[in-house]
Design a binder for this molecule. Sequence first.
Ligand SMILES: Cc1cc2nc3c(=O)[nH]c(=O)nc-3n(C[C@H](O)[C@H](O)[C@H](O)COP(=O)(O)OP(=O)(O)OC[C@H]3O[C@@H](n4cnc5c(N)ncnc54)[C@H](O)[C@@H]3O)c2cc1C
Length: 272
Amino acid sequence: MHIVVCVKQVPDTSVVKLDPVTNTLDRSSAPSIINPYDAHAVEEAVRLKKKYGGKVTIVSMGPPMATAVIKKSIELGADEGVLISDRAFAGSDTLATSYALTQAINKIAEKEPVDLIFAGKQAIDGDTAQVGPGIARRMNIPVLAQVDKVESYSQDNNVIRVRRKLEDGHEIVESKLPCLITVEKEINELTYSPLTNMIKAARYEPVIWTTNDIEVDRSQLGLKGSPTVVGKIFAPPKQSGGEKIEGTAQEVVDIVMDKLINVHGLFAKEGV
Ligand SMILES: Cc1cc2nc3c(=O)[nH]c(=O)nc-3n(C[C@H](O)[C@H](O)[C@H](O)COP(=O)(O)OP(=O)(O)OC[C@H]3O[C@@H](n4cnc5c(N)ncnc54)[C@H](O)[C@@H]3O)c2cc1C
């Protein structure tokens, strides 16, 4: 089974700051890390490889420093990795990103057909959760999104059965391969990497492809190929403390009901 995992380098959003002047992420304020969902995607791919045999290839799009997440993925047990990196990709929104990654995966598949593609549910910086489904749509393969468990895989009929996380429960679905799966963090627990993987990762030099190495229509890349416009980025206002209402139980209920109805418009639609 040849599994490709899409891995993004992201700023650690638990510490990143917003530039108050430009309203953009101040990337220098935070270390770059592997998108946490993607680490779980690599872990799951490696588990499947160990069970059914095959190979795990990483693909990432980003600046040259993004080779670090490919090395991290090798440490987690992946076999190979390709970084697509070119100034032409700069400014890509999710439409252009999914296009560039699809073209890279198509090139990877020329050497060895791809059976399964993994992506994270979302990136912790962009948060759109669009890139995985975007790649699946472009490749015309099924997408199983928000998967928190791989139930089984049948080599006989080439069908994978997974559990999807829904807002109010779970759903078990099956798909024939090839398909694309986006993963939740609960899909597995990250294991410690053996020393041999660490040594392999330290020595590993990821392949870097530019737009000269993959077949791309340049008008679909970068700012030119990105219809999304970011109007403004801002930190949400800090939550102010709640109001303390004092009085007898009846008085408190009256005040709360008054606020709900007259301030927050409760029942307004029903005309009560
Ligand atoms: C107008 C515009 C300009 C932008 N310019 C830039 C820019 O210059 N530089 C920049 O870094 N970002 C830029 N971005 C942000 C960038 O487009 C998004 O981060 C990117 O498209 C992925 O979207 P997301 O982060 O919401 O990923 P999601 O859709 O939330 O990610 C889901 C999964 O898709 C996969 N994935 C997503 N992105 C990548 C990737 N790059 N490589 C491999 N796998 C990936 C991962 O598996 C990830 O878990 C720009 C966005 C817009 C709208």
